[in-house]
Design a protein around this ligand. Structure first.
Ligand code: 5GP
Ligand code: SF4
Ligand code: MG
Length: 460
């Protein structure tokens, strides 16, 4: 998912949010929503579909305001339903808020129980709605939104980057490990402030990147300016390293580190770790391409655009069913026989999760005339599920958790297969803030412990 928030009393905040969400569309394509505060009340518009399917001139014109929050969704908790679309509104007595969340909470069951105990209702099965209700309830009790957020942060566990709007004020806050990304930008001429999951969401509305929101921090922005308070004590920083591998856009900067440069470096490192004799280097669009260029530069093997991507088809992983995913791969990638015919190719992909994408890809490359297909992957073997918002499946779905290296190579059908080492990946994403990363999907080292009920289902 992605979140976006803006406080800019003299701008068309709904339109800015719509642009911001379009820049962040790669993070989720199931639903889109915008909530605006106009000083008095909050209006929300959301639906299943892409940003451009949900919003048009008329719907944006019907959302006047000075503060807005928006969301695009890739369902991790609660399934793909209208009720799961965000932002979530919580209205308890006079307290009216809209919340958008990227991440996954790990203690949703106990949060829901608390909400029912307080006599409140929930419409969806999502962790995000539970968080909205909880913040609303604590705000009603304490009469301060910052205090409501702080109390909720003390109770919720897991990964969250959240933006919240009241009728007058924008808030942004991040879990104490800083697992999911969230950055702050400033509009020119003192027009206001923007927060977004990635810096490409700031660029599109002309906001200058200021910094990333700190772990456990709450930002509060209104007419009196920007204030920062600590909501919960920060824990060791564990930003998701997989953002650099796959999720983020290459033109984004996370914690001062360019995603594009990190991907290039992964390719260079992998070329050193797992060299191969070949005629051409191909990258699997989009996320594999910068790494392929790095691999080509390091190995001296020529880079070629041998795989063309239909840019109007969404990310294959993100469609929820296996049948849709299978179909999605074929719709999406097409090889160029005139480039690869008769050639030994080394193909660079960002990750192998279930193995479907690579298996299909290898077969279409052979059909297009490649004489040898060597697969190089710029992330280590994914052997553990993610519980923090990328939600890579249960263990039994993860190919690397269930097959030996040779079985994987055979299943995928490539001539050789190699993954970057964990050290190699870490070395490619220089820890510029000297902070640390989450790498649990590769190592099983989970920064936030998983309740046993969740673990039982997923570690099967
Ligand atoms: P699979 O091996 O499951 O068929 O697919 C892996 C491919 O899905 C990779 O090429 C990667 O680009 C893409 N992908 C899309 N979304 C995700 C995600 O959330 N996690 C991972 N690991 N890969 C994803
Ligand atoms: Fe990112 Fe993997 Fe950690 Fe999930 S488990 S937050 S995908 S590094
Ligand atoms: Mg891919």
């Amino acid at each position: 998912c992605a979140v976006f928030g803006v406080f800019a009393p003299n701008d068309d905040v709904a339109r800015m949010t719509c642009f911001g969400l379009q820049a962040l569309q790669h993070r989720g394509q199931e639903s889109a929503g915008i909530a605006v505060g106009d000083g008095e009340t909050i209006l929300v518009e959301k639906d299943l579909g892409l940003v451009t399917q949900v919003f048009n001139e008329a719907s944006l014109a019907a959302l006047p305001g000075r503060v807005a929050v928006g969301h695009v969704r890739y369902s991790t908790s609660g399934g793909c339903t209208w009720e799961g679309a965000q932002p979530h509104i919580s209205a308890i007595d006079e307290v009216l808020i809209a919340l958008a969340h990227n991440g996954t909470l790990v203690n949703t069951a106990s949060l829901r129980a608390r909400i029912y105990d307080a006599g409140l209702q929930l419409r969806s099965g999502t962790d995000s709605e539970a968080a909205a209700k909880l913040i609303g309830k604590f705000t009603q009790e304490s009469h301060h939104i910052t205090e409501g957020i702080r109390r909720a942060m003390q109770m919720i566990e897991g990964a969250y980057a959240m933006v919240l709007a009241s009728p007058t004020t924008l808030y942004a806050f991040r879990d104490p490990n800083g697992i999911r990304p969230l950055c702050l930008g400033e509009l020119p001429d003192g027009r206001g402030w923007v927060v977004a999951s990635e810096s490409c969401g700031l660029d599109i509305v002309g906001a200058a990147y200021v910094r990333d929101v700190r772990p456990g921090e709450i930002l509060r922005i209104d007419e009196t300016g920007l204030r920062s308070v600590q909501g919960v004590e920060p824990r060791p920083y564990r930003a998701c390293i997989f953002e650099y591998v796959y999720f983020a856009r290459p033109d984004s900067v996370l914690d001062g580190q360019s995603v594009y440069q990190a991907r290039r470096m992964m390719g260079r490192v992998l070329a050193r770790e797992a060299p191969v004799q070949a005629d051409l280097v191909l990258g699997v669009p989009d996320s594999g391409v910068p790494s392929a260029m790095g691999f080509a530069a390091e190995s001296g093997i020529e880079y070629a655009d041998g795989i063309v991507k239909n840019r109007y088809v969404g990310r294959t992983f993100i469609e929820p069913t296996q049948e849709l995913r299978q179909l999605g791969i074929r719709l999406k990638l097409n090889p160029l026989p005139s480039v690869i015919g008769g050639k030994r190719v080394v193909v660079i992909d960002d990750s192998i999760v279930r193995g479907n994408t690579s298996r299909k890809l290898v077969s279409i490359l052979r059909d297009a005339g490649a004489t040898e297909v060597h697969l190089r992957v710029v992330s280590p073997e994914v052997t553990w599920p993610c519980f923090y918002g990328i939600d890579t499946d249960t263990r039994d779905q993860l190919i690397a958790a269930n097959m030996t290296h040779e079985e994987m190579r055979d299943f995928i059908g490539c001539d050789s297969l190699a993954f970057i080492s964990m050290e190699g990946l870490r070395a490619s994403v220089p820890d510029v803030q000297n902070a640390g990363f989450c790498d649990a999907c590769f190592t099983g080292d989970y920064p936030v412990s998983i309740p046993s009920s969740m673990a039982r289902d997923s570690f099967k």
